[in-house]
Design a binder for this molecule. Structure first.
Ligand code: NAD
Ligand code: DAO
Ligand code: ZN
Length: 367
């Protein structure tokens, strides 16, 4: 229920091993905050990872979800950039435009609310969710698996009001993460053809890459990868040699850029070692399980390869998401192709089942 209005609404919070639908009170926004009516949300591996209990930073009970879209329902005091009725995308990386990181012009990793967000609370140290007299924590500062949520104004991207919410919600994480990370370049390889990898393909195509090689152990992903711009696809299981060797031979010495979109430290190594000597750059996008470490021979770096990474595609959410929505509306960025199932909030556990079973996530043919 809404703190001030008493209407009954449902939200979802963690309870042992699955998600439960409960009635949750969502308090009104405090100073610098907005309350959002969530209209659509994607389901991402990071939600599943935290739900599984393997995430050492998971704080429970919480409301999961971080890939959403909705309408501003009400605003707290001193909110100047948003009004009730604005269509918005919540941001797990905010954009305050004043911290050291925002001011640097070099990164999107705004630090303004970093500490409290990691603790599952709002910037004033308290939570806006309560259930049965108990405080419920926020997740990634977003908690989009709820009919209402509260975010700081600096963590909300206002977008055009005519965008379809069940599509552009995917710009809240996966699509932006891949699309934003792509760079002007010639020859690229993408390891992992899920939502993130497919979006790197779209970004590479838009930036006129001459050769876009998709790599996945599931050939069911190749049809859509090619449809979105991959010039060729490779299944490492079809080869006896390590995939880096296959790629180096295929590309006259290696790729200009490679992107790891799996979250596996072995493929991170393969992606680096597939880069061309002297200039190749490998970008880590996949999130590896807690405690896993990357390795390679240092000579790989001595001989001019660069190893780097990006979060949320390096995109500054408030400034850049409206433009990505425009690209989608103009037909230049594909999102519809990624939507495999539509479920009601009550069926959220099914959405996780689909994701794990591979029935979802862009596998062709889709049942
Ligand atoms: P996904 O599971 O949909 O896609 C992963 C793909 O990798 C699958 O198609 C799978 O078949 C393939 N794969 C698995 N093992 C492989 C191997 N050894 N070799 C080749 N292919 C292999 O995942 P997604 O939603 O696209 O996300 C990809 C990664 O990006 C995840 O680790 C996710 O946590 C991460 N991510 C990072 C950010 C960020 O900001 N850096 C944001 C969102 C997601
Ligand atoms: O500023 O220290 C920081 C961390 C910012 C958050 C980075 C999140 C990157 C990956 C998240 C995966 C989301 C699905
Ligand atoms: Zn900042």
């Amino acid at each position: 229920s809404l703190g001030t209005q008493g209407a009954i609404k449902y939200a979802i919070y963690y309870s042992s091993e699955f998600l439960e639908v409960e009635t949750v009170t969502v308090d009104p926004p405090k100073e610098g905050e907005v309350r959002i009516k969530i209209l659509a949300s994607g389901v991402c591996h990071t939600d599943a990872y935290t739900l599984s209990g393997a995430d050492p930073e998971g704080i429970f009970p919480c409301i999961l979800g971080h890939e959403g879209c909705g309408l501003v329902e009400s605003i707290g005091p001193n909110v100047t950039t948003l009004c009730p009725g604005d269509l918005v995308i919540p941001l797990y990386i905010p954009e305050c435009r004043s911290c050291k990181f925002c001011s640097s012009g070099k990164t999107n990793l705004c630090s303004k609310v970093r500490t409290t967000q990691g603790q599952g609370v709002m910037p004033d140290g308290t939570t806006r969710f309560r259930c049965g007299g108990q405080d419920i924590y926020h997740f990634m500062g977003c908690s989009t698996f709820s009919e209402y949520t509260v975010l700081p104004e600096i963590a909300v991207a206002k977008i055009r009001n005519d965008a379809p919410v069940d599509k552009v919600c995917l710009l809240g994480c996966g699509v932006t993460t891949g699309y934003g990370a792509a760079i002007n370049t010639a020859k690229v390889a993408i390891f992992g053809l899920g939502g993130v990898g497919l979006s790197v393909i779209q970004g590479a195509k838009q930036r006129n890459a001459s050769r876009i090689i998709g790599i996945d152990i599931d050939p069911g992903k190749f049809t859509l990868a090619k449809q979105l711009g991959a010039t060729e696809c490779i299944n490492p299981k079809d080869h006896d040699r390590p995939i880096q060797q296959v790629l180096i031979d295929l590309t006259d010495g290696g790729l200009d850029y490679t992107f790891e979109c799996i979250g596996n430290v072995q493929t991170m190594r393969a992606a680096l070692e597939s880069c061309h000597k002297g200039w190749g750059t490998s970008v880590i996008i996949g999130v590896a399980p807690s405690g896993h470490e990357i390795s390679t021979r240092p000579f790989q770096l001595v001989t001019g390869r660069t190893w780097k990474g990006a979060a949320f595609g390096g995109v500054r959410g408030r400034t850049e998401l409206p433009g990505l929505v425009d690209l989608y509306m103009a037909g230049e960025l594909k999102i519809d192709e990624y939507v495999t199932h539509r479920l009601a909030l009550n069926d959220l556990n099914k959405a996780f089942d689909y994701m794990h079973s591979g029935e979802s996530y862009f596998r062709q043919p889709i049942a």
